[in-house]
Design a protein around this ligand. Structure first.
Ligand code: HEM
Length: 508
């Protein structure tokens, strides 16, 4: 998902002086929008400055880090202003549960911002569409048609082929430094593209590169989103987003047309269906509920593609990083996967369920490095009370899942990577344990969990089975840097570069 506020430097897009100057004039001219913020019983929070609110306090730190520091001072329910937008920040499992369970219906909207409006065909995708009948229907299409366990299973050979390609590429560089980060992202994007468009789409590569451009643009604060009352800023942002969106749209429409053409001329079996086929079939056959336009269809495909490509890679990248840093755990994980697949001599999906330790590594990676650390923002429809404080209507709600996952009140040795903690308990990420919510929770919980997990398990299992790993330049394991960078998903600041060694008994 692509909408959270992520950039460490919110002022990077425009020069700060010109923006402030422009805003001063605008604020004199424009009547402030009637947001209902006259309440005196707002949650506590840092002091705000006129015009910019708390924006200046985000310079130089990633937002989820800064928000954690604030929460340590002001508590788990906090109020702050970014530009003219009111935000509440949640940093405890109890209040997250209040928002995403007790008051879920009230907090089920997404903020209507110019970037998502422009790139998501007027918010007609699943992630950004307002809570209501349309969202219910497209979400149903997603869970009942596109991302069912059976459908995800039908993409097994795609995953196996794409991961095998990755292993082959790495094996060809045995003993040399390999940029693992740069290899993992194309692999998961490749899986998402083939699941969405099928094997034969000649547009796959161009689509991946266009969508990356679009994601890059989405990865920072957009000044227009912080000052929604300014039409000038909105227009400027619209122009910026429209340019790249038009290019993405052109490729997507070609893909849809290509599929339509193919559909007419062949009778493919269901097993060969890709997600565009499924959506086209739904569009043709289902006139009872909502009619899907081509724009609706394209916006859903974009959702699946970005969800499928970006976040899963982030987990593989951080999982490998943690294992390098913790050689004992690396050995244990390798021993498990080599034992389970030893007789078979290769790793496929048939025995993934036996990799219990690997599953706990993935959970621990999601706890410490949730790919979307602030989840996707929500907005409440009606004024309400949470924890004795008043939350005015249309407040933006940001849940700091990253900080919740590192809260020492809920996790022993919270900052340490300890996969064993998940071996003897039933905590999972499906939205019922609010201390562990990398996929969110409630009605808006990520619908892509079943699609995401094999995308993470299979590559990790293969990388552990086929190779031993060394750090370059005689670097010691504990010296590996773990700095995070801003973007649409939480990535490493520096690419993970490692030397793969093929163990003797696994050499062909
Ligand atoms: C490790 C991988 C992934 C992570 C960590 C992740 C995380 C998330 C999070 C945190 C949300 C917001 C939940 C909320 O508001 O409570 C979300 C929403 C969403 N995700 Fe994922 N996701 C992942 C993979 C995927 C995949 C593979 C797909 C599709 C194939 C996908 C599709 C979506 C969609 C469509 C939404 C919007 C749901 C809505 O607003 O109703 N995600 N995801």
């Amino acid at each position: 998902m692509t909408m959270e506020v992520h950039d460490a430097n919110p002022f990077s897009v425009y020069s700060i002086t010109s923006i402030l100057f422009l805003l001063l004039i605008l604020f004199k001219l424009l009547q402030k929008r009637g947001s209902n913020n006259s309440s005196t019983n707002l949650p506590p929070g840092p002091r705000t400055l006129p015009l910019i609110g708390n924006l200046h306090q985000f310079v130089g730190l990633l937002p989820h880090h800064r928000l954690k520091i604030f929460a340590d001072k002001y508590g788990p329910l906090m109020y702050l202003k970014l530009g003219e937008v009111s935000n509440v920040i949640i940093t405890s499992p109890e209040i997250a549960q209040e928002i995403m369970k007790t008051h879920d219906v009230n907090f089920c909207d997404r903020p209507n911002v110019v970037s998502s409006r422009t790139i998501s065909y007027n918010n007609s995708n699943i992630a950004f569409s307002p809570y209501g009948e349309y969202w219910r229907q497209v979400r149903k299409i997603c869970t009942v048609e596109l991302l069912t366990a059976k459908r995800v299973q039908s993409f097994r050979s795609i995953r196996e082929e794409e991961v095998a390609k990755l292993v082959k590429k790495i094996a060809a560089s045995e003993g040399c430094v390999v940029n693992l980060s740069q290899s993992i992202y194309p692999m998961t994007y490749g899986i998402a593209a083939r699941a969405a468009f099928g094997k034969r789409s000649r547009y796959q590569q161009v689509f991946i590169s266009k969508i990356k451009e679009q994601l890059k643009l989405m990865g920072g604060f957009s000044v227009a989103e912080l000052y929604p009352s300014s039409r000038v800023l909105e227009m400027m942002a619209k122009v910026k987003f429209e340019k790249v969106h038009r290019e993405v749209d052109r490729v997507l429409q070609d893909i849809v047309d290509e599929h339509r053409q193919r559909h007419r001329s062949s009778s493919e079996s269901e097993a060969e269906e890709d997600l565009v086929d499924v959506l086209l079939k739904y569009q043709q056959e289902n006139d009872s509920e909502i009619h899907l336009t081509d724009d609706n269809l394209k916006s859903i495909i974009q959702d699946i593609f970005t969800g499928g490509g970006e976040s899963s890679s982030s987990v593989v990248e951080w999982g490998m990083s943690e294992l390098i840093k913790n050689p004992r755990m690396m050995e244990k994980a390798q021993a498990e996967v080599r034992k389970v697949y030893g007789e078979k001599g290769c790793v496929d999906e048939t025995k993934l369920h036996e990799l219990i330790y690997l599953k706990s590594i993935i959970k621990e990676t999601l706890r410490l490095h949730p790919p979307i650390p602030l989840l996707v923002p929500r907005e409440n429809r009606e004024r309400c009370q949470i924890n004795g404080y008043e939350i005015p209507s249309k407040t933006r709600v940001i849940i700091n899942a990253w900080a919740i996952g590192r809260n020492p009140e809920y996790w022993s040795e919270a900052q340490s990577f300890k996969p064993e903690r998940f071996l003897d308990n039933s905590i999972d990420f499906k939205g019922t344990h609010f201390e562990f919510i990398p996929f969110g929770a409630g009605r808006r919980i990520c619908p892509g969990i079943t699609f995401a997990i094999p995308n993470v398990e299979l590559p990790l299992a293969q990388l552990l089975y086929h190779f031993d790993w060394k750090l370059p330049n005689k670097m010691k394991n504990h010296e590996l840097e773990m700095t995070e960078s801003s973007g649409v998903s939480l990535r490493r600041k520096n690419d993970l570069c490692l030397i793969p060694i093929i163990p003797h008994n696994l050499k062909i």
